[in-house]
Design a protein around this ligand. Structure first.
Ligand SMILES: [Zn+2]
Length: 62
């Protein structure tokens, strides 16, 4: 009995990605939507999330 809760998803645009939750947001589509948020937009999504988790918000830099 494995408890792997990561599932391969394929979004409407054919991107393949793994998600462990029911959230069906495609990270690739997410990235392509390019947040117009200054330098954070240049970072990869995981890096951006890490910054945001540490209290770095874009608003401070605008
Ligand atoms: Zn996608």
């Amino acid at each position: 009995m494995t408890t792997s809760n990561k599932n391969l998803r394929i979004c409407d645009k054919g991107h393949k990605y793994y998600k462990s939750s029911d959230c069906s947001t495609c990270p690739i589509c997410e990235q392509e939507r390019k947040p117009e948020k200054g330098f954070l937009a240049l970072l990869s999504a995981p890096a951006r999330r890490a910054l945001e988790n540490n209290g770095v918000t874009v608003a401070k830099y605008k």
